[in-house]
Design a protein around this ligand. Structure first.
Ligand SMILES: [Zn+2]
Ligand SMILES: [Zn+2]
Length: 224
C-alpha cells in the first residue's frame, strides 16, 4: 500500500461520499445476481432452465461465477478502481465476490489473477485483478500458486466486440510460467466478466499446465 493511499480519507467508490470505500447505501443498492443462474457460466436464466447454452463456447472453464450486475454503484466503483486508481476499493469489491463464493461453497487450492500485458501494466501501474486476487486470498484463506500466469501478447480491448471476436481476440494469449499445477483446483479472478472469453483463454493455459478444474470468478457481470 502506498503512503498516499493511507493518508486519503475513505471516499465511496459508488457515490463519492466520504466515510467508507463503499458506503452502506451503495452496498444496499448494488444488485446481486439472483437465482436461478446458469449452473455453468453463472448468468441469470429464466426459471426452469439449468444452463444457458454456454457449454460449447467455454471449453476450458469448469464454471464461472459473478457476484453482482455491472450497473449502478458497482459499475461506478469498478470504474474508479480500475481507471482512476482507487486501489483501496479492492477490499470491498473482493468482499462482494467472497460473499457470493461462500454461498456457492467453492473449494480451491489457489487463487490466480487474470494478467495484464506488461505494456498495459506499465501504463496503469497496477493490475486490478491482482489486487482482487490478493484480497480474496486473505478473505478465503487460500494461497498463491507457485508460478505466474502471463499474457504473452497484447490484445485489443474487448469492449464493443461481438462474442466471436472476443474469443478470437484472446485465443492463445496466455501462458503459465512455473511448475506443473498437479491437478489442483483454481479460482481465476477478474473484475468484470462478459462472455467469459478472457477467463476461458486463461483457463486453457492453466489446464495445459496440468491444473485441476478452473472456476472463473468476477466481481461483476455484464449480461450479453
Ligand atoms: Zn456510496
Ligand atoms: Zn451459461
Amino acid at each position: 500500500m502506498r503512503l498516499l493511499d493511507l493518508l486519503l480519507p475513505p471516499r465511496c467508490g459508488g457515490c463519492r461520499r466520504t466515510g467508507a470505500w463503499l458506503c452502506d447505501t451503495c452496498r444496499a443498492r448494488i444488485r446481486r445476481l439472483q437465482e436461478p443462474l446458469c449452473r455453468r457460466c453463472g448468468v441469470e436464466v429464466e426459471s426452469g432452465r439449468r444452463e444457458c447454452g454456454c457449454r460449447s463456447r467455454m471449453p476450458s472453464l469448469a464454471r464461472l461465477r459473478s457476484a453482482v450486475a455491472y450497473e449502478g454503484p458497482a459499475e461506478a466503483a469498478i470504474h474508479r478502481f480500475k481507471y482512476e486508481g482507487w486501489r483501496r476499493l479492492a477490499r470491498p469489491l473482493a468482499q462482494l465476490l467472497a460473499e457470493r463464493l461462500v454461498v456457492e461453497g467453492m473449494a480451491a487450492r489457489w487463487v490466480v489473477a487474470v494478467p495484464l500485458h506488461r505494456d498495459r501494466l506499465r501504463r496503469r501501474g497496477f493490475n486490478q485483478s491482482d489486487l482482487l486476487a490478493g484480497e480474496l486470498r486473505e478473505l478465503l484463506g487460500l494461497g498463491a500458486p507457485p508460478g505466474e500466469l502471463v499474457r504473452t501478447r497484447s490484445t485489443p480491448p474487448q469492449v464493443g466486440n461481438d462474442r466471436r471476436t472476443r474469443f478470437e481476440n484472446v485465443r492463445n494469449a496466455f501462458a503459465w510460467h512455473g511448475p506443473p499445477l498437479r491437478g489442483e483446483a483454481i479460482l481465476l479472478v477478474d473484475d468484470v466478466a462478459t462472455t467469459g472469453a478472457t477467463l476461458d483463454a486463461c483457463a486453457a493455459a492453466l489446464r495445459a499446465a496440468e491444473s485441476g478444474p478452473v472456476t472463473g470468478v468476477s466481481v461483476a457481470r455484464v449480461n450479453v
